[in-house]
Design a protein around this ligand. Structure first.
Ligand SMILES: NC(=O)c1ccc[n+]([C@@H]2O[C@H](COP(=O)([O-])OP(=O)(O)OC[C@H]3O[C@@H](n4cnc5c(N)ncnc54)[C@H](O)[C@@H]3O)[C@@H](O)[C@H]2O)c1
Length: 313
């Protein structure tokens, strides 16, 4: 999702871009515009295939490493998350080291875990849950990726920037669970289906529109001061999950009643404790990159809704 928008922005700015995705979760349809552009090449490749990755990385100045297996539910298998996000990430850094490329690595706010130190700051301690709960594998795998990034930076002088994205969405988000609650709620409300809320919905998130995430990524890519840094990127507008459902319902204006189904946390996640509040501290992003999110949640929902409706029409 983020990669498809990022490619368009980079091409617009005159970069030549090579895209790699094994299409395990990504959709070619998301890059159909980019595919027409002479500055873009796409390869369906698994980042676990080091030999191919190595060849494709030759002469590349910067690798923006977004490929990952994202959040998993208790019912999903857990090993692909661990394997792709650790071994795959190691392959990316190894290729960068080989050809002298810079790496912008996409980490996640999930690594803050249950940290109560709000807003979540890059210098803060992290509070990860027990290993028996597989939902933590995503956070742990990304944390390992961060350590790898700084290992390659310190030991091999690979220029790296680590970005911790907070939740983001776009009309191209997956409408399955890994896309986050906003796209799922949007779809349910448009289809007049029940909106499934985990727990009582009082947990909060700070959701950003993809243009803000892309803008932060480009700033991190282009600003030399970002090298060797770990930077939060996202939106700091906090809203509870329940209020987000109500907001989407109001904006969608379907004329239908909002139907909410509350599902106990334990039923979805087993013993996993959901993160209650999540707000980024964006001071570092502002001071190093001059980053400031521009799109308010309400506007982001409006834009997403408008595009989805247009696609359906
Ligand atoms: N969207 C968010 O809210 C968010 C928040 C925090 C962090 N991130 C991180 O940002 C990055 C991009 O996220 P996104 O929302 O665009 O997710 P996404 O799932 O749309 O993109 C990840 C892509 O990686 C690809 N992929 C998975 N395994 C692969 C493999 N072995 N080889 C090659 N490609 C593979 C998938 O097909 C998918 O297209 C990810 O690293 C994610 O962890 C995203």
């Amino acid at each position: 999702m983020i990669g498809s928008h990022l490619v368009e922005e980079l091409l617009e700015r005159g970069y030549r871009v090579t895209g790699i995705d094994d299409l395990s979760y990504g959709k070619l349809d998301n890059i159909h515009t980019a595919l027409q552009h002479p500055g873009f090449q796409f390869y369906k490749v698994n980042i676990l295939d080091f030999d191919t990755l190595k060849i494709l990385s030759k002469d590349i100045s910067t690798i923006i490493h977004l490929a990952a297996v994202k959040k998993i539910a208790e019912k999903d298998i857990s090993l692909p998350t661990l394997l792709v996000n650790t071994k795959g990430t190691e392959n990316v850094f190894e290729a960068a080291k080989m050809w002298g490329a810079k790496v912008v690595f996409a980490s996640t706010s999930d690594v803050y875990g249950m940290s109560p130190d709000l807003p979540l700051n890059e210098e803060g301690d992290l509070l990860i849950g027990p290993s028996m709960i597989k939902r933590w594998s995503y956070a742990v795998s990304k944390l390992y990726g961060e350590q790898l990034a700084f290992g390659y930076y310190n030991d091999y002088k690979v220029p790296v920037v680590v970005i911790r994205y907070f939740g983001g969405f776009s009309p191209r988000s997956s409408f399955a669970w890994s896309g986050g609650h906003v796209p799922i709620f949007l779809r349910a409300i448009l289809n007049d289906e029940e909106v499934v809320v985990h727990g009582d919905g009082s947990q909060t998130r700070s959701m950003g529109f993809v243009t803000d995430l892309v803008n932060g990524t480009v700033l991190a890519l282009e600003n030399e001061k970002a090298v060797g840094e770990l930077i939060n990127i996202g939106n700091d507008e906090e809203l509870s999950v329940l209020d987000t459902a109500k907001l989407i319902h109001r904006i969608a204006n379907t004329g239908k009643e909002l139907k909410i189904k509350f599902v106990p946390m334990a039923e979805v996640f087993g013993k996993y404790k959901d993160i209650q509040r999540r707000i980024p501290d964006l001071k570092k992003a502002k001071s190093i990159l001059g980053y400031q999110p521009k799109v308010k949640l309400e506007e982001a929902i409006r834009q997403t809704l408008a595009e989805i409706k247009q696609k359906k029409a």
